[in-house]
Design a binder for this molecule. Structure first.
Ligand SMILES: Cc1cc2nc3c(=O)[nH]c(=O)nc-3n(C[C@H](O)[C@H](O)[C@H](O)COP(=O)(O)OP(=O)(O)OC[C@H]3O[C@@H](n4cnc5c(N)ncnc54)[C@H](O)[C@@H]3O)c2cc1C
Length: 387
């Protein structure tokens, strides 16, 4: 690991533990996520501490994925850390994609305000299930786009767009005759109606998760991201690093939840001795230590694959499944070790449990990753056996 990444991670960890964590009791942490006023205050503090967007260097270059891992894990030590440091989803994934695929003009207009932490963004891909739209299977996309002179016109409905309410920048996926396309949007736009913000189990992201109706949205050709028909390929560019960065942030959150559970189990007594001295509790904390270390190593392995220039589709699928499932076990044990306090809002353990539950679904549910891995196993077997 590079010295520069270690130095940044230390600075970020100190900031999140000392400055951000006290805001975990701030009433502006609403049911759909922290308010923009709270997020802006935290970003101002991060800017002052020199830890805003810490994974992107002053010249716009990204740190390597292995370097990013230790920094994003440090931002995750509080559920408010990623929004404070500007490493949260979906902005972090959108910044990565824009940095890879955007033109110089698109970067100046859309990417730079995001890197400076002045705007929030969202990603519109998923569509309502009851209308048969895109979900686990993105090829079911119903949202359409068509050329009109030098513009494109988009119509459709999107659901679960994290941060859509209050975002200034959007990336929308739609189908054209050439195939899937991606467009950059200035928000709000009168052609995009906010239908509702969903009530969901998680509450870490500002703006919650929005459902929108898009009617006759006009987008200039210059705001198409890359080429028409290449949308799914760009989604892949974003997908592996975005999956991995979720693993990094939620690893940080579970490390902190485990610290809280360890502290509880050492201070609290029952039946004449500290909880940790009861084997049932001690074993749960031992299992947490094992799962957390396995997550760290799996993230580091997958990050190394991406750093070597691979798209890492298989490796990021394996890592996303292993880490999200392991972190769910960790968060559940933390709740259990802490008894009633574990399910109360007195500590962040209860929130971490809710966040990690949702993580098993977004960026590909566990079963979809396993299904695609099984298809690869079949393909490899066929090739090895000349079939
Ligand atoms: C908190 C949260 C934030 C999100 N943020 C965004 C966002 O910002 N932008 C966006 O576009 N979307 C977002 N999503 C949507 C997310 O990407 C979808 O929920 C996900 O792709 C699954 O689609 P679906 O909900 O339609 O589930 P469905 O496609 O209906 O699948 C339901 C279940 O079926 C099973 N299943 C599906 N296919 C298979 C298979 N091949 N083999 C075995 N089992 C299978 C899985 O268990 C899956 O969980 C978010 C979702 C959540 C929960």
């Amino acid at each position: 690991m590079s010295d520069r990444a270690r130095a940044i991670a230390v600075q970020v960890e100190q900031f999140v533990r000392e400055t951000v964590a006290p805001f975990e009791r701030d009433p502006r942490r609403g049911p759909h996520g922290p308010s923009d006023a709270l997020v802006d205050e935290l970003k101002t503090l991060a800017r002052g501490a020199g830890v805003l967007t810490p994974h992107i260097l002053a010249d716009g270059a990204h740190l390597t994925q292995r370097e990013t891992a230790i920094i994003l894990t440090a931002t995750g030590l509080s559920p408010l850390g990623p929004v404070a440091c500007n490493t949260a989803a979906p902005d972090e994934g959108n910044m990565y994609l824009l940095g890879k695929v955007g033109t110089p003009e698109q970067k100046a207009h859309f990417l730079e305000p995001l890197v400076r932490g002045e705007s929030r963004s969202c990603f519109f891909m998923t569509e309502p299930a009851e209308a048969g739209g895109a979900g686990s299977d993105p090829s079911m996309m119903k949202t359409v786009c068509r050329r009109d002179g030098d513009d494109w016109i988009i119509d459709g409905r999107k659901r679960f767009a994290t941060g859509a309410d209050g975002a200034h920048i959007g990336i929308v996926m739609a189908k054209s005759e050439e195939g899937a396309c991606m467009f950059l949007l200035d928000l709000p736009d009168p052609a995009i109606r906010m239908v509702r913000v969903l009530d969901t189990i998680d509450s870490a992201t500002p703006g919650g998760h929005g459902e929108v109706e898009i009617s006759g949205l006009r987008v200039p050709s210059a705001h198409m991201l890359g080429e028409a028909g290449e949308g799914f390929r760009y989604a892949q560019v974003r997908l592996s690093p975005a999956r991995l960065s979720h693993c990094m942030r939620w690893l940080g959150a579970c490390i902190r939840a485990n610290e809280i559970a360890v502290d509880y189990a050492n201070r609290r007594t029952a039946f004449g001795k500290p909880l940790i001295d009861h084997e049932g509790v001690g074993f749960m904390l031992a299992d947490n230590l094992i799962d957390l270390r396995q997550c760290e190593l799996m993230i580091d392995w997958c990050a190394g694959v991406l750093d070597a220039g691979s798209l890492g589709t298989t490796e990021s699928s394996m890592t996303k499944v292993a880490v999200s499932e392991a972190l769910m076990r960790v968060a559940d044990r933390c709740v259990q070790v802490m008894g009633g306090t574990g399910v109360s809002g007195d500590t962040i353990v209860e929130q971490v449990f809710r966040e990690v539950r949702a993580f098993r679904i977004y960026d590909g549910p566990t079963e979809v990753h396993k299904w695609s891995l099984a298809k690869k196993i079949r393909r490899d077997w066929m090739a090895a056996n000349g079939q």
